[in-house]
Design a binder for this molecule. Structure first.
Ligand code: HEM
Length: 129
């Protein structure tokens, strides 16, 4: 619930407002389609299972933005990303694509800001050089 300070305690959480876990998954399907096709960073994602990338990311975003509780055990993101040797440039490219997808889906400004800030908060954790 750390990303969730601004919300009215009686109102629905950001993921429910977005349209729930199913809508979150639809947005991430498009995000990962573009990431995997990207000429610059696509090669990093290609060896991995697309559906697993999407469902793990959905669980992570749902939990981080205070969505309805589900069975997901967060893993150590530094450890997972270290072997991928992700640079600041790779991170920024992914972040740009995320912003484009959130805009195209007309995600509510407040939810967009929470999501973008969540991502940015992990920059130092994800990049290795
Ligand atoms: C260019 C930047 C990034 C690349 C290339 C990348 C790539 C990957 C890849 C290939 C995996 C699968 C690793 C495996 O299964 O062993 C993964 C997992 C994951 N990544 Fe990233 N990632 C990036 C940025 C981020 C960011 C910014 C976040 C969070 C804000 C993030 C969150 C996650 C999560 C939650 C998982 C799944 C962890 C689990 O297994 O539960 N990634 N990433």
């Amino acid at each position: 619930m750390t990303q969730n300070k601004k919300r009215n305690s009686t109102g629905p959480d950001p993921i429910t407002r977005l349209g729930g876990f199913d809508q979150l998954t639809i947005i991430l399907e498009e995000f990962y389609t573009r990431l995997i096709d990207d000429i610059w960073i696509g090669y990093i994602f290609k060896p991995f299972d697309r559906q697993k990338l999407i469902s793990d990311q959905a669980e992570f975003v749902n939990r981080s933005l205070g969505g309805p509780k589900r069975n997901y055990e967060p893993r150590n993101l530094k450890q997972i990303h270290r072997p991928l040797k992700i640079t600041g440039g790779h991170f920024d490219r992914r972040h740009q694509i995320l912003k484009e997808v959130l805009n195209e889906f007309n995600v509510d400004e407040e939810i967009k800001e929470l999501w973008i800030n969540l991502d940015l908060k992990f920059k130092a954790v994800i990049i290795s050089r």
